[in-house]
Design a protein around this ligand. Structure first.
Ligand code: ATP
Ligand code: MG
Length: 426
């Protein structure tokens, strides 16, 4: 174990959330050990703004709830205390033990941990964390950092190193493979050599992770401002197909699909880094589009209607994907709207275009259409028409949607969406 004393590291209390400090001090004053751990320590050491602050303590959850009135005990896999300060939540976890020796830890055939609810010591708690850089403890009693492995050095070396034997740790919890990608992308760290082969061969284990957890992790992977880097790493480590089985086209052989996904990732990063919202629905619409599109075009002839076929495709794709990532209804509905809106962009005359313009989800649908046009999936001229329509004056808009206009533009029908009817006045 190594202790880095206060004068030898750069974590100052100014860089820690005042609420997290309050929780640390209160636990300490109540006689407990209290440490800041995880991303809160890691990111401050790297000079980055932590996303949230996690605290580890020897106080049991019930003890924590006695110390804080603004506290709620939660727990899916493990009981945790959430301490609320307005919108900020400080997560307080009791040291967890390995439970290895006493048979308290239950694993499945592949080695995945099913139950893991054993309290332990600080050292045991450190051992069961995922990466060395996530297992640094900032001690509120003397402001030192406690390091049981090589985390402090690995931060300096930009190394992402798993604690313990990589294959065992990935089997225990396959989500750690996705986390490896996330941290490598976000921090621009190098994934240690010993991790590379296990990730490339164990990806299939992700198919058995509970879908609700997968949904959360997948979202985190693309919403931290480094979605493009995450996407590239996922493909390099052969994990991408396991995240989106409903859409597993061979991206390698489909440059258009690759360009579509890359552009979407780049746009997502630009938005996130500018502090603009990115909706999970848009992201899932992007990731599952390849699957939905296939089903849709396959059924077009039978059903006659493009919109109807997209709806069926949506249902089929979502149903398949739900086995892997539990997409909540609040995400499915807008995603469905983004997709079903796509054929409607080809209706450029009569009342329909202006009606579409005032659709509450128009912006998302249009952004999606724009993305498709940028990779040549639909005619860029049609996309431009919609771009123009949005900024046109009322008089200009009326002119744009007048039938004669369409007559002229009709020649430029897109290749790939020839099945979409270019409809006229209603
Ligand atoms: P960020 O919050 O910036 O995404 P983080 O490292 O804080 O990164 P969290 O998901 O908040 O990640 O988890 C907090 C800490 O809990 C991690 O730093 C790690 O020590 C531990 N942890 C989280 N998930 C796992 C896991 N699957 N296996 C082992 N330890 C984990
Ligand atoms: Mg965190």
């Amino acid at each position: 174990m190594m202790i880095i004393a206060r004068p030898d590291h750069n974590i100052s209390r100014n860089s820690i959330s005042p609420h997290a400090l309050k929780v640390l001090y209160r636990l300490k004053n109540a006689g407990y050990e209290a440490y800041l751990v995880g991303g809160g320590v890691r990111d401050v050491l790297l000079g980055k703004q932590p996303k949230d602050f996690d605290i580890a303590t020897n106080a049991h959850p019930e003890d924590v709830s006695r110390v804080f009135r603004n506290c709620r005990l939660i727990g899916r896999r493990f009981r945790l205390a959430h301490v609320y300060f307005g919108r900020e939540i400080i997560e307080v976890a009791t040291f967890r033990g390995s439970g290895n020796d006493d048979g308290l830890r239950e694993t499945n055939q592949e080695g995945r941990i099913l139950h893991d609810n054993v309290y332990g010591t600080l050292e045991e708690d450190a051992e069961r964390r995922d990466f060395t850089i996530n297992a640094l403890y900032y001690n509120i009693s003397d402001f030192s950092i406690v390091d049981f492995s090589t985390g402090y050095q690995d931060i300096a070396d930009a190394q992402l190193r798993l604690i313990g034997d990589p294959e065992t740790r990935f089997r225990e919890d396959p989500v750690r493979m996705i986390r490896a990608i996330r941290f490598a992308a976000k921090l621009d760290f190098i994934i240690e050599d010993q991790c590379v082969e296990p990730i490339k061969t164990l990806g299939g284990l992700l198919l058995d992770v509970p879908p609700a957890r997968m949904f959360d992790e997948v979202l985190k992977l693309f919403l931290h401002g480094h979605a493009l880097a995450s996407f590239h790493l996922l493909r390099e480590y052969k994990l991408y197909d396991y995240l989106f089985p409903a859409s597993k086209d061979n991206i390698d052989e489909d440059p258009q699909l690759r360009a579509f996904l890359e552009k979407a990732m780049r746009n997502t990063d630009v938005r996130v880094n500018a502090g603009k919202p990115v909706t999970p629905a848009f992201l899932f619409a992007v990731f599952l589009w390849a699957g939905a599109k296939q089903v849709a075009t396959g059924k077009t002839e039978h059903l006659g209607s493009w919109i109807e076929s997209i709806q069926l495709a949506c249902d089929a794709t979502v149903k398949q994907q739900q086995k892997h990532t539990a997409i909540p209804k609040r995400v499915i509905h807008p995603m469905r709207e983004i997709w079903t809106m796509q054929p409607r962009f080809f209706q450029r005359t009569g009342k329909r275009p202006l009606r579409l313009l005032s659709h509450p989800k128009f912006r998302a649908g249009y952004d999606f259409f724009l993305l498709r046009s940028q990779v040549g999936e639909v005619d860029p001229e049609v996309a431009k028409w919609w771009t123009d329509l949005q900024v046109a004056s009322e008089a200009e808009q009326r002119k744009m949607v007048a039938p004669k206009h369409t007559q002229r533009k009709k020649k430029a029908k897109p290749k790939s969406e020839s099945t979409a009817p270019e409809e006229h006045d209603d």
